[in-house]
Design a protein around this ligand. Structure first.
Ligand code: PGA
Length: 251
């Protein structure tokens, strides 16, 4: 059975004081949740946030990136092993901002996925098409290729652990959300793609999140779709009440 997940992606925002205040605010007001709640925070706050969420059931910690090698001469980089030593359980891999600004391609992303899984970190694998691909009506093929090249080398017992986040690039940080029909169309296509290669029971174990200007006003509609298992939330995860409202709408 696939999990229901709301994951925040803070990106390069907050400072130590506002980061801890934000987590405290969310955790204090958060009742008992059935879904998984994940804080995707900058590396430098992982340790502080880890302490704040320790006693909370179903609340987890994610890094926003990691290096694909085990260790070594990679100045400024962070390894999977380092993340594990800070009680990090998830890691966002292949976010479109890293694909664009750090030239991360599917081959590199596949290596990061492998390294994360080797260390028992759950990859939150991001995919999604830019606007001109959507306008040319080539979005399904484009996203399928990202998924095949980034994930389909995995055996089924590993693939079933991955969380996929579909984030159309044109919807990220723009206030322009995909309609719930557009989200469902892509999520269904992704699940069918997994089903064709791995079978329906594995396809039903993979959680597929929607990301891109998800907010308290549109979350219920998006989460109501059959193949949308939650959200990866950027801007709205920086406001405690908005993030809580989105969590509430997933249940
Ligand atoms: P957004 O970002 O919610 O601010 O659009 C989502 C993401 O990039 O993960």
């Amino acid at each position: 059975m696939r999990k229901q997940v709301v994951a925040g992606n803070w990106k390069m925002n907050t400072d130590l004081e506002s980061a801890t205040a934000l987590v405290k605010d969310v955790v204090d007001k958060l009742g008992r949740v059935k879904c998984e709640v994940i804080f995707g925070v900058p590396y430098v706050y992982l340790q502080a946030v880890s302490k704040l969420i320790k006693s909370k059931k179903n609340v987890f910690l994610a890094a926003q990136n990691m290096h694909h090698e085990e260790s070594g001469a990679f100045t400024g980089e962070i390894s999977a092993k380092m993340l594990r030593s800070l009680d990090v359980s998830h890691v966002i891999i292949g976010h479109s901002e890293r694909r664009e600004y750090n030239q991360e391609g599917n081959d590199l992303i596949a290596k990061k996925v492998n390294k994360a899984l080797e260390h028992n970190l759950v990859p939150i694998f991001c995919c999604g098409e830019p606007l001109k691909i959507r306008e040319a009506n080539r979005h399904v093929g484009y996203v399928n290729k990202q998924i095949k090249q980034g994930l389909f080398h995995l055996p089924s017992d590993k693939l079933s652990k991955v969380i996929i986040a579909y984030e159309p690039v044109w919807a990220i940080g723009t206030g322009k959300t995909a309609s719930s029909q557009q989200a469902q169309e892509m999520h269904e296509a992704i699940r069918k793609l997994i089903s064709r290669s791995y079978g329906p029971s594995i396809a039903d174990e993979v959680s597929i999140l929607y990301g891109g200007s998800c907010n308290p006003g549109n979350a219920a509609e998006l989460f109501g779709k059959a193949d949308v298992d939650g959200g990866l939330i950027g801007g709205a995860s920086l406001k405690a009440n908005d993030f809580l409202s989105i969590i509430d709408q997933l249940g």
